[in-house]
Every structure is written in C-alpha cells, then in structure tokens.
Design a protein around this ligand. Structure first.
Ligand code: AMP
Ligand code: MG
Length: 322
C-alpha cells in the first residue's frame, strides 16, 4: 500500500487513480475518508468490502460546491439551505430526497431514495474533489465498527493489506483538525432530526434555524439510520465511563487536572485545560494508543455534555456498548 505526502503532484495522481476506479484515503477536517467515485458501482462495492461494512449502511457523498448538491438532491428544504450556506464547507451532513436522474450508485445509497451530502473543509480534500470534478463517497477510512482514523498511520494500521498497491493510495495530510465525524441531520422528515452528533454543535445549528432539532435516540431494534447501531467506534479495550479514578487493572483516560496518584496507572489526558475541542481531536488517537499498549480496560473521566462534548460522549457511549 502506497502512502504519499499530500502535495500537488500526489493529489493529481490521486485524482487519476480515482477516475480509473481506484480508492484513495484522504484527510478531511473530521477524520480520514476512503474515497471513490460515487457513480462507480464496482468501486463503491470495493469500499464496502475493504471496510467490512454492511451493504445496508449508506455512505456520505462528498462534493465541493453547493450546485452539485442541488442537482443530486430532489429538494433541499429552506432550513437545510440556510445551514449549508453558513456551515459548508464543514462538519455537517444533510440527508435529503435523492434525485433519481442523478448519477450516484444505488450501492452508495444502500438502495434508499434518500442521499447524504457534505462539503468537507480541508484544502487537500477540496483540491481532490475539484480535480476529480465528480461526487465521491468517503466513509471513514477504517475497519467497520473500529475507531475512525485521524492520521494516515491509523489508515495504514486498519487497511494496509486491503488496498491495492497499484490502483489505490493513501494521501498523508497530517492529523485531522476536528477528530470526530460530521453532524448528520435527516431533512427527509417533517421534523428534521439529528441522527449523529458531530463536529458542528447542535447549539450552533439550533441558533441559526431558530428552532430546536432533537438528537435522535439510539435504538438498536430500530436503528434510525441503517448505520446507527449502538455499537460503533469501539477500541479493543473495555471502557468504563464517568469514572473518578481507575481501579486495579484499568488505564486512565483523563479530562482536566489529573487526580492525585494517577501515575501509579497507565494514563493519558484528553485535555488538561478542559478544552472540548482538544479532547475531540485527541479521542480516537488516544484510544488507539491505549489499544497499542494492550491495555484491557480503560476508565474514562466524565466529559461535560455540551457543545462538541455531546459528540464525544456519543462516541464513548457507543464504544462502551457491546
Ligand atoms: P460514516 O460513513 O462512517 O461517516 O457514516 C455515515 C453515517 O450516515 C452512517 O451512520 C449512515 O448510516 C448515515 N447515512 C448515510 N446516508 C444515509 C441516508 N441516506 N439515510 C440515513 N442515514 C444515512
Ligand atoms: Mg465510520
């Protein structure tokens, strides 16, 4: 598997590989995405295979300008327009009715008559999308259910043997800025719902549209969206949430000032300054780090449930589920 620094020449090469039906892992501002042409059924099928992702879990279509969204969607409701005008490019995904005369493979949409759309806010991703000049699907570049990748090394760790040495590549653009996935809003209902909390806070969304979208409840029997099962984003270690101190055999994942005596345990801190942004950025890479140390159990300090902390707690809750 080839890993290339994301300079102009290599982004051009990436666009060529994608146009030939290949797969390219590339950085976005949220996490690394695994990109392929959304119109190419075979490439889309390979993405599902490489990730081990169930084919009933639809993929987000990535674009670089709002006009593309207007042709892929049958309709985009006024509130969604308001949001994308302000927050695209950015960590916001909208689910809208699909325009059947558009060219997104049914596999990418898991056969639904809806489609998920986003413009990512990362110069490498935007350059690649412009060069390809066609919508790309880009689910997180990790094995299904594992932690999302926030660096090219994480992608390599998960997918090294699964990508082709000639047809595919990884573009290394350093660590991702936000570190958690996009916020997903379902606009196909009369009362839109937030299916996944993410990089754009619910507070900012509700401030702009002057109403209050609710966060959909996690329900394993009837997942809100095909991919939103409870268990997801899982490290190998078991997580114990809202802890005050580790017990014997646990490592400590802290937030804020470390408790006294913590150095008797393996420990790492999401943000000593209590910055939720810093914690979001560190979450997946620190969990991967503890897995690498072969820690079996992790006690996690309480994370304030506000702003991006809501998304952090969602990932921790799912990571703790089995
Ligand atoms: P990921 O690709 O890992 O970032 O996950 C994308 C999320 O968006 C998954 O939870 C999908 O189930 C969800 N999603 C994508 N497309 C749709 C759609 N058309 N309807 C409902 N959920 C969707
Ligand atoms: Mg994912």
């Amino acid at each position: 598997m080839r890993i290339f620094k994301a300079n102009n020449d290599n982004i051009k090469l990436a666009a060529t590989l994608i146009n030939n039906g290949g797969i390219v892992a590339f950085p976005t501002e949220t996490v690394y995405g695994l990109g392929a042409l959304a119109s190419n059924k075979n490439a889309v099928k390979r993405i599902y295979e490489v990730k081990g992702r169930p084919e009933n879990n639809p993929l987000i279509v990535h674009i670089y300008k709002i006009e593309q969204a207007l042709s892929i969607a049958k309709i985009i409701p006024p509130d969604a327009i308001k949001l994308i005008k302000k927050y695209w490019p950015g960590p916001l995904t909208i689910i809208v009715p699909y325009n059947p005369s558009s060219n997104i493979s049914f596999m990418a949409r898991a056969n639904l008559d809806t489609v998920a759309l986003r413009i990512p806010n990362n110069p490498i991703a935007l350059k690649l999308l412009k060069l390809v000049n066609a919508p790309l699907i880009a689910p997180s570049a990790n094995t299904s259910q594992h932690l999302s990748p926030t660096s090219a090394d994480h992608v390599k760790y998960d997918l090294f043997n699964k990508l082709d040495n000639e047809k595919d590549m990884i573009l290394d653009g350093g660590d991702t800025n936000i570190g958690l996935e996009s916020t997903v809003i379902d606009f196909t209902k009369t009362n839109p719902e937030i299916l996944r909390p993410g990089g754009l806070s619910i507070k900012l969304i509700n401030e702009l549209i002057k109403t209050s979208y609710n966060l959909a409840k996690i329900n394993n029997q009837r997942p809100l969206s095909p991919g939103l099962f409870k268990k997801h984003y899982s490290p190998k270690a078991t997580l114990r949430l809202n802890a005050d101190f580790p017990i014997e055999g646990e490592a400590w994942l802290g937030f804020g000032k470390n408790p006294k005596g913590i150095n008797n345990f393996i420990n790492i801190n999401l943000s000593e300054e209590e910055s939720l942004e810093e914690a979001a950025k560190n979450l997946f890479s620190m969990l991967r780090h503890l897995d690498k140390m072969q820690v079996k159990k992790i006690a996690v300090k309480t994370i304030p449930n506000k702003d991006i902390g809501i998304a952090i707690n969602d990932r921790l809750y799912r990571g703790a589920s089995n």
